[in-house]
Design a protein around this ligand. Sequence first.
Ligand SMILES: *Cc1c(COP(=O)(O)O)cnc(C)c1O
Length: 367
Amino acid sequence: MTIPFVDLHAQYLSLKDQIDEAIARTIANSSFVRGPDVEAFEAEYSQLMEAEHTVSCANGTDALYIAMRALGIKAGDEVITTAQSWISTSETIGQHGAKPIFVDIDPVTSTIDVSKISEKITGRTVGIIPVHLYGQMADMPALMSVAHKHNLWVIEDCAQAHLATVGGKMAGRFGDIATWSFYPGKNLGAMGDAGAITTDDPALARLMACFARHGGLIKGEHEIEGINSRLDGLQAAILRVKLPHLAEWTTRRRSVAKRYDKMLADIPEIVTPREVEGREHVYHLYVIESEDRDALAETLKSKGVPTVVNYKRALPFLPAYAHLGHRDEDFPEASRLQNRILSLPIYSELTEHQQDIVVAAVRDAVA
Ligand SMILES: *Cc1c(COP(=O)(O)O)cnc(C)c1O
């Protein structure tokens, strides 16, 4: 029996009739780009995420790009972000001619080490982009006080953290703007690319909506130059079927993770994810650490258990940033972690039987 790393088909089957109906309805209406389901989805997403405004867009990368554009980023600015994330977080800074200033990670949560932010702030710093990596939030209360002290904007990259909380407050409720991805494998996934931006600020919301839609909300009326980054009707219709299930899927992910924690606890070669007191992790990924990561991954693969490394190289060490001249010792925690991390299969539909097979394979591999 092989176990998929992510099982998108299982989720589809659980809602097949409703999803098929939503797709057929959208085709019958020909509402392919924006349309009634897009507007309804934006309202429903705002309500669930407790935000005043949702601006949908084509994907989570565009969401970051558009958010920074609305905050007035310009060439030569510096934006502080974490050393450990998917490249969307930093590449969108560079796309505005600005410079990503990486900060090392906290070794417990793999999110930005807030105590190391202040030393990186210069006269050119305009904002901070924390990432709630793997589904656990960064230390947002502490980060927001640094941001307020230095008058910096904050964009929360929530692509992996739908419904995560810190101190009972949800991801996306701290910064000026939050960005979301509905890439199929994310905790809330479309059947193609999709993304959104949330904010409480009506002026920012309007500017972002304009920018994402060729600079205007009314066809033919272009107030500014924009881009084309719209949510399509099929994705919105599918996301509307899935949205009411996000909370129960999140609970299920958390119980799968807790079961892994328990079953793997007595294996000294493995470090399981650490959920910090007061933070509710939503386990987009279940990332373990092992000294001998590559050998472990190989053995698991031979036993039919797929794993992924998220991510093989921390951002400062990617060829894309070679020109910045970063060295391992500049980011000791990110540099150490990139060789130790391994993501095990996790999703709400993962059965106990499948999980038992994964755990048995891990146990065998380290024996
Ligand atoms: C997935 C992801 C993104 C980008 O989302 P897309 O929808 O794939 O463009 C951005 N940041 C993080 C941390 C992500 O995991």
